[in-house]
Write a protein that binds this ligand. Sequence first.
Ligand SMILES: NC(=O)c1ccc[n+]([C@@H]2O[C@H](COP(=O)([O-])OP(=O)(O)OC[C@H]3O[C@@H](n4cnc5c(N)ncnc54)[C@H](OP(=O)(O)O)[C@@H]3O)[C@@H](O)[C@H]2O)c1
Length: 270
Amino acid sequence: MPGLSEKCVIVTGSSSGIGQATALLFAGKGCHVTVCGRDASRLQDTLERCKQQAATNGHTKSKFISVLGDLTDAAVRTSVVEQTVQAFGSIDVLVSNHAVAAAGDTVETITEEAFDRTINTNLKSGLFLLQTAVPHLGKSKGCVVYVSSIANFCCTKKGLFAYALAKAGLEHMVRSMALDLGPKGIRVNCVSPTFVKTRIFRELYPDPAQLDAFGSLYEEATPLHGLPSTPLEPAQAIVFLASDEARLISGGSLRVDGALMCKGNPPNFI
Ligand SMILES: NC(=O)c1ccc[n+]([C@@H]2O[C@H](COP(=O)([O-])OP(=O)(O)OC[C@H]3O[C@@H](n4cnc5c(N)ncnc54)[C@H](OP(=O)(O)O)[C@@H]3O)[C@@H](O)[C@H]2O)c1
């Protein structure tokens, strides 16, 4: 993919799942990458794998750093931006991918504390991370990709109420950001993945049999049958939106769901 080599990229939530797959793809294309998360050992694993991926692809000059911490904390967001600029000299791409999900959140049962935690993590911290990075993204005419979800389209029957609300907010926020930041040459888009078996869902479904059953529901309901839904599918869409090939794409949302949402609603979430 042209135009990605030596770009300076931040991928939040890259200690596992879709974020890790995204960081590895950027590393394989010769980018300098900042990986972020709260779990030190998982983050170190991503960092090592990025280095290996770059070496395998002959990118010997690529640099990688990790920034540990909770992105709901303003000091951590500042640190992510400052450490990236210090290490690489600029920021070309910001991928805001981090999120949490808590089962059992319904309109009737959600507590104020649980609501704040989800909205702060999944929506607010992504806004203020971008705000901190804007001066650098303006200089580089950079771009931003948020990771939303097909959950943004629909109200779930049980659970994940605040998660879906935050994702719906994210989709709208991306359109406002594209309008506000377009004159600075900054593009903003989001990617909306379907179900992928990652840690976020393993924590929602600790029973592997239940998780497999849930995965089968999605497979059966997806019109594009028989294709895998792995972290790589959304990661590839993220990398495309970050590339120069997407230079006129801003304010958009790219579904990676095998046409599932053309039906109007996914299978039951919880
Ligand atoms: N899996 C799916 O089916 C699916 C479907 C649609 C959309 N998505 C979206 O895809 C994105 C990635 O999720 P995933 O499926 O790859 O799950 P995952 O493996 O659990 O990844 C979530 C990442 O977010 C990080 N994170 C969570 N809270 C954080 C905080 N407060 N500060 C900093 N980092 C934080 C986690 O890092 P630590 O644990 O190290 O803190 C982890 O790296 C999320 O936005 C999710 O909503 C997932």
